[in-house]
Design a protein around this ligand. Sequence first.
Ligand code: LLP
Length: 421
Amino acid sequence: MDHFLYRNGLLHAEDVALSEIAATVGTPFYCYSTATLTRHFRLFQDALAGLDHLVCFAVKSLSNQAILRLLGDLGAGMDVVSGGEYRRALAAGVPGARIVFSGVGKTRTEMAYALQNGIRQFNVESVEELRVLSAVASEMGAVAPITLRINPDVDAKTHEKIATGRKEDKFGVPIAWAREIYSEAARLPGIKVIGVDVHIGSQLTDLAPFEAAFTKIADLTRALRGDGHEITRLDLGGGLGIPYTTSNETPPLPLEYGAMIRRVLGDLDVEIEIEPGRLIAGNAGVLVASVLYLKQGEGRDFLILDAAMNDLIRPAMYGAHHDIVPVREAPAGAVQRPLDIVGPVCESGDTFAKARAMPPLQADDLVAFRSAGAYGAVMSSEYNTRPLIPEVLVHGDQYAVIRPRPSFDEIINRDTIPEWL
Ligand code: LLP
């Protein structure tokens, strides 16, 4: 459930008509709903209630500081994958003690910065990284708390580009090597082992791969304890999928996910961490665009929008589906017709949908892409020198621009022309 509903024939975010925001902010823009973000975060809190746990929001999915502040104030921790994301989380007011640092390619600079400013744990992804982290921490006279990310060789049955837990993927260490690496970790001076980490992929629509992975993690935890390690924390990653169409998708609910975690890991007496991104942010955001042209083609017609692949890359990159709806509700019984929905960027890949059944639309009408809150704004670029689009946060009947549209000067003046030219 989200808070984007038609009222008096206009699509609203909570109590604000998207057309009202469009009139002041201009299009295209992203719009997020506070009530939806809050509700989704609480679903995870409720799902894990009774277990010692921390829900760490995956910052990569939606990293605006206003969103991080909102979730942080609700008690969320943060899962970051770069020094930039770490700084954002701190700047938003989340203490280092609630930030976990994931990712296969952490630099020495990033490690040192996080150690200096406070970190809950590093999720270490290789023995090579472990040794560097130990050296960096030792030089600083610090000790880095770590989990080791385990690659359990489980197929998440999701899109090829976002499956991360198979042995051919670059993530984590093979589960068969884990005990040996933990025993090296225990001997390293700059390292303190505290737990085990796993993340098998994103947009999972079935609990079975999670359960297979978590079962392996439970067995490994027992073995590691047998080896003398103190395992007090399990980080289970993110990945729970969302419905991208209103019709036919029913991914498992957080409550079912929580029940499974309890069943598989409940007797281990560990603190549970999870790192959801998409389920919290995905359906809490829309991308609003204007129709520029309804262009007639040979055998197909094109709806040309002012938003493009640089603003929302998921359709071009993963063939992802986003529902696209008119902001002014189509009259009941309106005849739909198939349209190719595209942006202005000079590539055929700049196509959001092919032969999508759409109600009557004309130039200047507004449309909203649903489920665009996660991996939308964060993956946008300035390709074709198109400015990054604004982000707006709605809260009841109020809204605020939480990232303004930059001027062309701001973009163009970042370039410098060498004096010899
Ligand atoms: N933890 C780690 C270590 C991750 O790599 C990810 C996502 C998450 C947590 C959050 O997963 P979520 O709960 O959001 O599924 N750009 C792609 C998704 C990439 C996901 C990358 N890792 C997309 O637009 O579908």
